[in-house]
Design a protein around this ligand. Structure first.
Ligand code: FAD
Length: 292
């Protein structure tokens, strides 16, 4: 398919992009990596009359260490996230996640913030921002605001941006000291969107019991999500088959995945329990290693 006609504006600065957004509102779309937007435009699922290209704006292609948080600029590419030394050291679960995201060519262009804005219910970045207390930095010509990830991700392909707003960056929390981590996903081919995926970080205490678990999932609901209830279930528990049975039961009772041509809702619920068991075991083993 060919796209419908649109005007193209190459923004020279954030203020320039915001000015064009304020003049065009609903009719305009920001383009970052274009890896999700261009297919949607080509299939005419969206028909913006103005595309605002932010790729030449200086200062946005950046990942910054802010101590106990990491700042992802609006043009931090997937490739940068996958290779960044700070992320590898301070948020190893994100480093592991990135090797499951799409393919090399898509990673070269696709952006962390673009993925969060796109809010695909099977994408990994929306899961990470939920799980790691992500804060979304939002700007319009008239104001700046910051939204927690859970408030930003409204539904499948829906975010909380007003028509005249763009995301200028996102900050995420780093892993607590001594936390083990793991990411498990099931997809039909490597690089495809996940049918279900789970990310876990946790610490262990002197008696090997689980502490401070954080769990995010994607592919099993209208949006990626953080599973606070499951985190509570794990707190101060020993890792054994009984606990993992309870985890699978909890997921079965609390998830409402969609059915599609790839898998039924029941299949996804069952898959979630299997992936959760693997991820919790691996995160726990890593947490124990870090204590030695
Ligand atoms: P774009 O396509 O440029 O934009 C996407 C949407 O976000 C648009 O509506 C755009 O207007 C909006 N937007 C972008 N940036 C901003 C901003 N700063 N402010 C406001 N709005 C903004 N993703 C995964 O997570 N996991 C996968 O396994 C995966 N597999 C893929 C496989 C294929 C074959 C393809 C084509 C894509 C895949 N993706 C996957 C998606 C990929 O990660 C995209 O790069 C990402 O979803 C969108 O990022 P982008 O920078 O390309 O955004």
């Amino acid at each position: 398919m060919k796209p419908a006609r649109f005007d193209y504006v190459r923004a020279e600065s954030v203020d320039h992009a915001l000015e064009v957004l304020s003049q065009n509102g609903d009719e305009a779309k920001i383009i970052a990596g274009g890896q999700s937007l261009m297919p949607m435009i080509n299939f005419r699922l969206v028909k913006p009359s103005v595309l605002i290209d932010i790729n030449r704006i200086p200062g946005l292609e950046i990942i910054e260490d802010k101590g106990d948080r990491v700042h992802m600029g609006a043009l931090a590419r997937h490739r940068m996230t996958a290779c960044d030394a700070t992320i590898r050291r301070k948020i190893p679960v994100l480093h592991e996640v990135m090797h499951h995201v799409a393919h090399m060519t898509i990673r070269n262009r696709g952006t962390f913030c673009g993925s969060v804005c796109h809010a695909d219910p099977a994408a990994e970045m929306p899961m990470i921002v939920q799980m790691l207390d992500g804060e979304i930095e939002i700007a319009s010509a008239s104001k700046r605001r910051v939204l927690p990830a859970a408030a930003f991700l409204v539904g499948s392909l829906v975010n909380a941006l007003e028509p005249d707003e763009m995301v200028t960056g996102i900050t995420i929390g780093t892993s607590p000291a001594g936390a083990g981590w793991a990411f498990e996903e099931f997809s039909r081919r490597h690089g495809d969107f996940a049918m279900a995926a789970i990310a876990v970080t946790l610490r262990t205490d002197d008696g090997r019991a689980i502490r401070d678990a954080r769990i995010g999932m994607t592919g099993v609901g209208e949006t990626a999500m953080r599973l606070h209830g499951l985190e509570t279930l794990l707190e101060e528990r020993q890792l054994d088959d009984l606990l993992l049975g309870e985890v699978a039961e909890w997921l079965n009772d609390n998830l409402s995945p969609n059915a599609d041509i790839h898998a039924s809702a029941d299949y996804r619920r069952n898959l979630s329990g299997v992936l959760a068991g693997r991820a919790i075991r691996r995160a726990h083993a890593r947490a124990l290693e870090m204590r030695t």
